[in-house]
Design a protein around this ligand. Sequence first.
Ligand SMILES: [Zn+2]
Length: 324
Amino acid sequence: MLLAGDIGGTKTLLGLFDPLPARPRPVATASFGTLAFPDLPTMIAGFLDAHRVAGRTVEAACFGVAGPVLGEAAELTNVPWRVDARHVSTVFDIRRVALLNDLEALGHAVPVLTEAEVHVLQAGEALRGGNMALIAAGTGLGEALLHNVGGRFLPSASEGGHADFAARTERDIAVLRALTARFGRVDVERVVSGHGLLNLHPVLHKDRCAAGVDLEAPDAAARISAAAVARTCAGCIETLDEFIEAYGAEAGNLALRAKATGGVYVGGGIAPKILAALEAGPFMRAFRAKPPLDELVAGVPVKVILNPDAGLLGAAVFAGQLNG
Ligand SMILES: [Zn+2]
């Protein structure tokens, strides 16, 4: 069997999978509050005690980690955990254990996702031999490339979310000015992420927030989106509009940098929650506004990943490759 994990700052998914050739099949999955456990082995031990299948051993494991992976270990961003592949291998007697950046893990799921697991924003036409790319706004902003090597897609992590925010409109320029004054430097994650919504909120409210959003509350980003979708506050509408335009523009930049004529996938927790707003037009208009290459980006398939377990699935896909 395969053991897979998607380790996030707040939530961790663990799963046991049957190693089928096309796509591993989940046998058991469970969700845990990351901070409720002192470390990963304690969490794995509890999960395996509850779900181990008699007579079957775990041959390979892979974990996607929200933080930079260096060698065989990773420090998590926002969680006092150090995850060590060799330690997990020794404690649980698993022959092969790998750690991936969480976006890289999600990238391994992309080629096996079904039509029901994605929502098409732009049909386009995937070119044979074209690369794909992945962009995912959640708490932060992740970007990954899927290099097409002889028809197989090889995901590679990037730190693209920390590249500069590229202002295009007068509103972008006002945002850039305000956030530069506040932070010194504005990377794209300062705008396109859950934290980005919080950063945009004070800049784009001329008056008091009519929705009464408290920026210190843990669900503040979700409340801004909800107020914008319900159209109860002009400033929150402006905030979500700016977020969506900047998200589309950055997805288009990624399409150009990766020459992703095979498709751009939009992952992360925010997109499925604001699907109607992403459909409305500004996201794709900003994506396509790339003259002289607007025709190229107009042909790129753009899809939102709807399956919330896609990161876990990608880790299982990679564990299967380790085993194969
Ligand atoms: Zn508001």
